[in-house]
Design a protein around this ligand. Structure first.
Ligand code: XUL
Ligand code: CO
Length: 439
């Protein structure tokens, strides 16, 4: 069998923090048990097909810059090569899952029917390769944003014909995901937003968008697909005003349109920061409602205002994220950690794909180890519990149960001295967090 990564002759193994090998894990030990689950179970890491096998290093200032052994032959042949490269890479890396858009695994044809045929042909090959390698599909999705037909949106397009096209495309991408045993299906609203209100009917677009998602839910039920539906919020790029701005906005939208029970949230770190939030803020907002479904593991650059999709390396951020995931009942559940991340244009060697993924997996594994110790030793949670302890009083419980009135609180306040303001101890807590990170 031909190999696309001859430089990597062995599966990447765990060697521990003292190892100096760049092709070994220092922290990610798939079988190590933390808080009752193996690391493999906590993370369910996935490789993003589009960045890893279709990424070319192109940016706004320059075209494709990377030479990839799998990028050769006719469009369908190239798709077969990329697919086989995906399974070789993911297996050598030791990640159990991959994720794709319909149009990155199979080329778009001259007609919609031809595109569907291409997708079916590639899905058949992927099914065989999944069986051979044991690699599974974490989620599938439809690319309803790259083709110029989607310039003005997909579900929110002013033209009914484009709306219909997008619905049909999602239907096939969902069926492909189902056929491959995908555990989730993602909706990222690529161009679902607007540039200017001068040409936009906002209420009409909101109604269309809801209908677009309802049609997908109806089709899911019709075919018996049991995977989890996920919405991935993002505030900008490509449109100025993206409708799925952040988690709170999406949850409000789902509630308003009878879709709340059918979706969870897929949170991407760099999308959170583009929305002016931290990664952990977005995770917390979703998790507070039991809606944290999956994670697109990457990071942005605080000096740049765009979606740089870098591999995660910031241990503060991965630790903060793992604090949320560990404290969510069932952890990430049927979701996972998908590396929606790409190497920098200058990292042009296929070997850099291994370093990037190994670094990302280690960064999260280390975050998990630190977060677990912080939780076990109640290093932060003890302070938080104490900070809210007044709410555990009979009056606190009465207020939260909706059984106290404003008159009652008025009378109560008159019996009390002026409240004393206690320190929030932020600096001390930051020191404690740092001590755990370095230990
Ligand atoms: C775009 C993005 C997408 C989604 C899937 O910023 O994150 O790749 O994850 O469509
Ligand atoms: Co993403």
């Amino acid at each position: 069998m031909s190999t696309y990564f001859p430089q990597v002759t062995q599966p990447i193994a765990y060697e521990g923090p003292k190892s100096k090998s760049p092709l070994a894990f220092k922290w990610y030990d798939a079988s190590r048990v933390i808080a009752g689950k193996t690391m493999a179970e906590h993370f369910r890491f996935a490789v993003a097909f589009w960045h890893t096998f279709k990424g070319t290093g192109a940016d706004m200032f320059g075209p494709a810059a990377w030479v990839r052994d799998w990028n050769c032959g006719s469009p369908l042949e190239a798709a077969g090569h990329a697919l086989r490269a995906n399974f070789e890479f993911t297996q050598k890396l030791g990640a159990p899952f991959y994720c794709f858009h319909d149009r990155d695994i199979a080329p778009e044809g001259a007609t919609f029917a031809e595109s569907c045929k291409n997708l079916e042909a590639i899905v058949a090959q992927a099914k065989e390769l999944q069986k051979e390698t044991g690699i599974k599909l974490l989620w599938g999705t439809a690319n309803c944003f790259s083709n110029p037909r989607y310039t003005h949106g997909a579900g929110t397009n002013p033209d009914l014909n484009v709306f219909a096209y997008a619905v049909a495309q999602v239907k096939h991408a969902m069926e492909a995901t189902y056929e491959l045993g995908g555990e989730n299906y993602v909706f990222w609203g690529g161009r679902e937003g607007y540039e200017t209100l001068l040409n936009t009917d906002y209420p009409q677009e909101q109604e269309q968008f809801a209908r677009f998602l309802q049609l997908a839910v109806e089709h899911k039920k019709k075919i018996g697909f049991k995977g989890q539906f996920l919405i991935e919020p993002k505030p900008k790029e490509p449109t100025k005003h993206q409708y799925d701005f952040d988690t709170a906005t999406v949850l409000g939208f789902l509630r308003a349109h009878g879709l709340y029970e059918d979706f969870k949230i897929n949170i991407e770190a760099n999308h959170a920061t583009l929305a002016g939030h931290t990664f952990e803020h977005e995770l917390t907002v979703a998790s507070a409602e039991g809606k944290l479904g999956s994670i697109d593991a990457n990071q942005g650059d605080y000096l740049l205002g765009w979606d740089t999709d870098q591999f995660p390396s910031d241990l503060y951020s991965t630790t903060a994220a793992m604090l949320v995931v560990l404290q969510q009942a069932g952890g990430i559940g049927c979701g996972g950690f998908n590396f929606d991340a790409k190497c920098r244009r200058g990292s042009n060697d296929a070997l850099d794909l291994f370093y990037a993924h190994i670094g990302g997996m280690d960064a999260f594994a280390r975050g998990l180890v630190v977060a677990d110790r912080l939780i076990q030793e109640k290093a932060l949670s003890g302070f938080v519990a104490e900070r809210y302890s007044s709410w555990k009083s009979p009056l606190g419980e009465k207020i939260l149960a909706g059984k106290a009135s404003s008159d009652e609180l008025d009378a109560y306040v008159r019996t009390q001295a002026e409240p004393t303001v206690k320190s929030g101890r932020q600096e001390l807590l930051e020191i404690i967090r740092n001590e755990y990170l370095l230990a």
